[in-house]
Design a protein around this ligand. Structure first.
Ligand SMILES: Cc1cc2nc3c(=O)[nH]c(=O)nc-3n(C[C@H](O)[C@H](O)[C@H](O)COP(=O)(O)OP(=O)(O)OC[C@H]3O[C@@H](n4cnc5c(N)ncnc54)[C@H](O)[C@@H]3O)c2cc1C
Length: 425
């Protein structure tokens, strides 16, 4: 009988268990989690904070007890895995005990980075990643304990915290150490436009502000002191400066890692029978041909499913990994598809703007490198698939369904042509 262990029970872990169970009804499936709550969607946490969804909606797969029953799995809550011995396929626990399996999935996700900067441990300084973080923030906001907020990190998570503050009418300021917002994914021009649009909604943005430390003032407020000496004061400070993959427990195990665990298209690591999926792994990025962590909900779910199938004995591959970053906030949306770091000053720039869209993209003789879009929510998936198709085959072109969809959504012919389509009348 196939003995399967799943370490970490988020979107990746859940989909692995579901797929493994559907392939092998007899398999023994043990799930280990460092919490005692069921799999939830972290991207919904800020929607819960602002009251757009109830707490239960964080759990898209249903209550833990029902999941465990339906999938016939053994859930070991509050039991973090502290080590792994790949040659024995053994999990190691805090008390030193070990347990062997035929197949192991590492799906431990990522955590918010809280670097050892003085003052980050002061009351009123918070992060946003887990359901517990969301519950704590919501409690604070509902109790009226937040008169103002400084959000450090003008990127995917920080912008969602800004949205929560606006929903509670809490004045807030956004700062970032980088030259512009969404720095790892936005062209300067796109970012400057997003900044202007955000400031028009009443949220001041200051870039090139690198945090030195946070101190408590006599009046009780927190002051974030920047390396350039500038000071920003508020009742609370949200630290949203990135994530770290939860792979520390694999150090010295022999499992190949960069920032995350390296996997092939089947989500297998360098050891037979050991897989990784979701935010903790780096899968093959078809644009660069190298391993990349692309921590998005779709990838976590799909990669989990692929790993689950392979662990249970059915071959499956995850193949279309490209960089995608999206932010949906305050009735505004920004998406970046592709690798901005691959763009060179001499590359050809495409730019389009009308009342609905702002699009900026870069290509060279090898093809499209990166697309930034504002206002394209609802079409992102279709544009992403067109981008992937263009990378897989430069001359593939767009199918008629995609062309019609893009036209219907009001994209200009010039952009449809740019993606490889042919305009139709
Ligand atoms: C605020 C926010 C906004 C986001 N917005 C978007 C968005 O707009 N679009 C999008 O696609 N994605 C978004 N994401 C990212 C998306 O939520 C993640 O990519 C996805 O949920 C990752 O799933 P996962 O299963 O890999 O990891 P997780 O959901 O993090 O699950 C991993 C689990 O493993 C547990 N664990 C860790 N270490 C151990 C251990 N040693 N032993 C046992 N258990 C362990 C953790 O506690 C956790 O429960 C957002 C995330 C956040 C936080």
């Amino acid at each position: 009988m196939n003995k399967i262990a799943i370490v970490g029970f988020g979107g990746a872990g859940y989909n692995a268990a579901k797929e493994a169970r559907s392939v092998d009804p007899e398999a023994i499936i043990d799930v280990y989690s460092d919490t005692n709550i069921g799999p939830y969607n972290p991207m919904l946490t800020t929607y819960y904070v602002k009251g757009a969804i109830p707490y239960e909606a964080l759990f898209p797969f249903g209550p833990l007890e029902e999941i465990a029953k339906e999938l016939n799995l053994h859930f070991h809550g509050n039991q973090p895995v502290t080590g792994l011995e790949p040659s024995e396929k053994a999990l190691i626990f805090a008390d030193g005990s070990r347990k062997q399996y035929d197949n192991i999935l590492i799906s431990t996700g990522a955590s918010a980075v809280m670097p050892p900067i003085p003052g980050l441990d002061l009351p009123g300084v918070f992060k946003m990643r887990t359901a517990a973080d969301a519950v704590a923030l919501k409690k604070m906001l509902e109790a009226g304990k937040v008169g103002s907020c400084l959000v450090i990190g003008a990127s995917w998570v920080g912008i969602k915290v800004v949205e929560d503050m606006v929903a509670y009418r809490v004045p807030c300021t956004l700062v970032d150490g980088a030259k512009w917002m969404f720095y790892v994914a936005a062209f300067e021009k796109t970012a400057k436009r997003a900044q202007q649009d955000l400031e028009a909604k009443g949220v001041p943005v200051y870039c090139e502000q690198m945090l030195d430390h946070i101190e408590r003032e006599e009046n009780g407020q927190l002051t974030a002191v920047m390396q350039n000496g500038r000071r920003f004061s508020a009742d609370t400070v949200a630290v949203c400066i990135g994530v770290r993959m939860n792979v520390g427990f694999l150090k010295g195990s022999g499992i190949e890692m960069n920032r995350g665990v390296l996997v092939d298209k089947t989500m297998r690591t360098n050891y037979e029978g050991i897989y990784a999926a979701g935010d903790c792994c780096e899968a093959l990025d078809i644009q660069s041909g190298t391993h990349r962590n692309i921590g998005v909900w779709f990838n976590a779910n799909k990669q989990g499913q692929v790993a689950g199938a392979n662990m249970a004995g059915r071959h499956m591959e995850f193949d279309a990994n490209v960089l995608v970053n999206l932010a949906h906030y305050l009735d505004y949306d920004f998406i970046s598809i592709g690798d901005i770091s691959a763009c060179k000053p001499e590359d050809e720039v495409y730019e389009y703007e009308d009342h609905k869209y702002y699009i900026r993209a870069v290509k060279n003789s090898e093809g499209i490198k990166c697309i930034n879009m504002i206002g394209s929510a609802g079409s992102n998936g279709v544009v992403k698939n067109a981008f992937i198709k263009a990378i897989e085959s430069k001359h593939a072109g767009l199918d008629i369904k995609t062309i019609c969809f893009l036209r219907e959504k009001g994209f200009p012919d010039s952009f449809i042509d740019y993606l490889g389509g042919t305009s139709i009348d």
